[in-house]
Ligand binder design. Structure first.
Ligand SMILES: Cc1cc2nc3c(=O)[nH]c(=O)nc-3n(C[C@H](O)[C@H](O)[C@H](O)COP(=O)(O)OP(=O)(O)OC[C@H]3O[C@@H](n4cnc5c(N)ncnc54)[C@H](O)[C@@H]3O)c2cc1C
Length: 372
């Protein structure tokens, strides 16, 4: 019997596994592929905030960015590169947001060196920009390092049954707590209000004779040179989905898109593509992640005492699956968000601390129930 079983060994599942193994819990980590075999293995993975004017996602990402930079540097210093980031506006609307962001930001702003600015394309040189200290983690090695203290099994989970105080997983494993961290893959609990969309992304590692000192973000992200290589990513492809598309993904088109977008910021000489990475991001329909307990919709809808059509629903009234939580919907910011969200989830499970309604999966149940 495990204290906790986690389904999905991407950055979300691995971050939760790390939190629990650190406090001496017996953790089972199940994945149908390998550790970081899903979207996480494809990520860059840049650690940066969201440079927008305002909004909940910007606020959440700000806290998560500050937290994860400190966290990775403390726990996994060998797997993070601390690099200055130069974020360049794509257009005038973007430039306006950056100006507002700079006025209100509590982050230390850097002055990008002239030598770097001179190397940028003329268009990029003339755009508004912002520079801060940021990071880049090694996605796969980081997930593996976080998962190290857990028992890892390659297994596709199909059937979950709650039996007298524990979860029985495919009649093979049992655990007191269950966490679903399954990314953009087929959902395990067939709850109609949980809707996640998979956004396919492609990134490449290239070797080039052009040295680069900063992470550059504009139409795509271009990493600083590391071990002679530069990472370029990522595309946002809404048409292709590995589980539903009839045609195979066109790798050549993806490469061309990435190189074309990168060249609009910085001219890279003598490029050789070293490796392609592809995967699905998992996004929610309000762009905020989903962290916490899962509402049992059938039971909750049948409960006549619960006010479902009210403007201010009380999530505490709903019926929830016992000892089951999820962590998902991180979109393009999984590596920024995961340590912070895993901390919130762990405190919730172990100490009963409340999780904000804004990231609770119950918000989607409330909307779903209202429409019925
Ligand atoms: C090309 C690309 C570039 C990106 N760049 C960045 C970046 O620079 N910075 C950043 O912060 N984020 C980036 N992201 C986003 C980030 O990768 C995701 O937000 C993150 O990987 C989500 O992690 P996850 O653990 O939720 O999902 P995943 O990593 O997809 O993990 C889910 C896991 O669950 C497993 N699974 C699913 N169902 C089952 C089942 N029934 N049984 C067993 N196992 C199951 C899958 O095999 C998979 O391994 C990028 C994403 C892509 C695709």
């Amino acid at each position: 019997m495990y204290d906790i079983a986690i389904v999905g060994a991407g950055i979300n599942g691995c971050s939760v596994a790390y939190e629990f193994t650190q406090v001496g819990k017996k953790v089972l980590l199940l994945d149908m592929q390998k550790v970081a075999g899903g979207g996480s293995g494809a990520a860059g993975a840049f650690i940066s905030p969201k440079f927008s004017k305002a909004g909940e996602l910007k606020e959440l990402l700000h806290h998560a960015f500050v937290y994860s930079m400190e966290y990775y540097n403390t726990h996994f210093p060998h797997l993070i590169q601390n690099k200055p980031l130069l974020h360049i506006a794509q257009n005038e609307k973007d430039a306006q947001s950056l100006r507002v962001y700079k006025q209100n930001s509590s982050l230390k702003l850097l002055t990008p060196p002239n030598s770097l600015l001179k190397k940028l394309s003329l268009k990029a040189q003339n755009q508004e920009n912002i520079s801060i200290n940021a990071g880049l983690v090694h996605a796969e090695l980081l997930c593996q390092a976080m998962a190290k203290g857990a028992t890892i099994r390659t297994h596709e989970v199909k059937n979950l049954i709650y039996e007298e105080e524990y979860w029985l997983i495919d009649e093979l494993y049992s655990a007191k707590e269950l966490v679903l961290a399954t990314g953009a893959y087929k959902k395990l609990m067939p709850e109609p209000y949980i809707q996640l969309r998979g956004v396919w992304g492609h990134r490449i590692d290239v070797s080039t004779t052009t040295p680069n000192s900063h992470s550059l973000h504009q139409f795509v992200s271009i990493s600083a040179t590391h071990e002679g290589k530069i990472a370029i990513g990522a595309t946002h492809n809404l048409e292709y989905h590995p589980q539903t598309s009839k045609e195979p993904y066109n790798v050549q088109n993806g490469r061309e898109e990435l190189l074309n977008k990168a060249s609009q910021t910085l001219k890279l000489d003598n490029i050789k593509i070293e490796k392609d990475y592809m995967g699905l991001r998992s996004g929610s329909f309000d762009y905020m992640p989903l962290v916490g307990k899962l509402v049992m919709s059938k039971e909750t809808l049948q409960n006549k005492n619960i006010r479902l059509k009210t403007k201010k629903p009380n999530y505490e009234e709903y019926d929830y699956y016992p000892h089951l939580t999820m962590i998902n919907g991180s979109g393009g910011y999984g590596f920024v968000l995961a340590p912070y969200l895993a901390k919130l989830l762990t405190e919730h499970i172990l100490q009963g601390k409340a999780i904000s309604d804004r990231i609770s999966p119950a918000r989607f149940f409330a909307r779903y129930a209202k429409k019925l």
